[in-house]
Design a protein around this ligand. Structure first.
Ligand code: PGA
Length: 253
């Protein structure tokens, strides 16, 4: 069965002290919701992982990136093994900011996915088109090729460790959300694409999150869609009140 998930992506925000405060508040408020049917994940910067893991007993922790290489002379890089050694269980890969600002290609992402799997990390793998692609009617082709080239080399067993996040690039941090119909249409397409490679059961068991200006106001409508299993939340994950409102919206459906 696929999971309902609300994942925060803090991006490059919060000092260590601020991050610990936010994580404590979210963790305690999520604990008060028990039993929660929603998996809550906090995607923190690397330096927060270990400290946040110590206080997190009601939320899981995710990194936002990992190195392509196993270990060695790669100054400034953080390996998947190092991430796992903090107690972290997830890693976000293929975010559009990594793809566009840091030149992460499908080939690079394939390597990162392998490193993550070798270290028993589950992966929140992001896909999504830019505005020009959508306007040209190419959004389905783009997302299909991101899935095929980034992930479809995996075995069926390996693919069970994948969560997909559909994040239309034009909706990220812009305040311009995809409509629930646009999200549902793409999520259905993603599920069908997964089914054609791995079969109906795997596709049905895969959680597909929506990301891109998801907030307390629009979360309810987005999560009411049958193929929208949750959200990957950027800006609105930085304040406990906003993030909790989104979690509550997920709990309702
Ligand atoms: P946003 O970011 O919610 O601030 O639009 C989402 C994301 O990039 O994961």
């Amino acid at each position: 069965m696929r999971k309902k998930i609300v994942a925060g992506n803090w991006k490059m925000n919060k000092s260590l002290q601020e991050g610990i405060e936010l994580a404590k508040e979210v963790n305690n408020r999520v604990k008060a919701l028990a039993p929660s049917q929603t998996l809550i994940i906090l995607g923190t910067p690397f330096i927060h992982l270990s400290e946040v893991n110590k206080i997190a007993d009601s939320v899981a922790i995710s990194a936002q990136n990992c190195a392509t290489e196993v270990s060695g002379a790669y100054t400034g890089e953080v390996s998947a093994a190092m991430i796992a050694s903090t107690g972290c269980q997830y890693v976000i890969l293929g975010h559009s900011e990594r793809r566009s600002y840091y030149g992460e290609t499908d080939e690079i992402l394939q390597k990162k996915v392998m490193r993550a799997l070798e270290n028993n990390l589950d992966i929140i793998f992001c896909v999504g088109e830019v505005l020009a692609d959508r306007e040209a009617g190419k959004h389905f082709d783009i997302v299909k090729s991101q899935l095929e080239n980034g992930l479809f080399n995996l075995s069926a067993e390996q693919f069970t460790h994948i969560i997909i996040a559909y994040e239309p690039v034009w909706a990220i941090g812009t305040g311009k959300t995809a409509t629930s119909a646009q999200a549902e249409e793409m999520h259905q397409f993603i599920r069908a694409t997964i089914a054609s490679r791995y079969g109906e059961k795997t596709a049905d068991d895969t959680s597909i999150l929506y990301g891109g200006s998801c907030n307390a106001k629009n979360a309810d409508e987005l999560f009411s869609q049958p193929n929208v299993d949750g959200g990957l939340i950027g800006g609105a994950s930085l304040k406990a009140d906003d993030f909790l409102a989104i979690i509550n919206a997920r709990q309702k459906h």
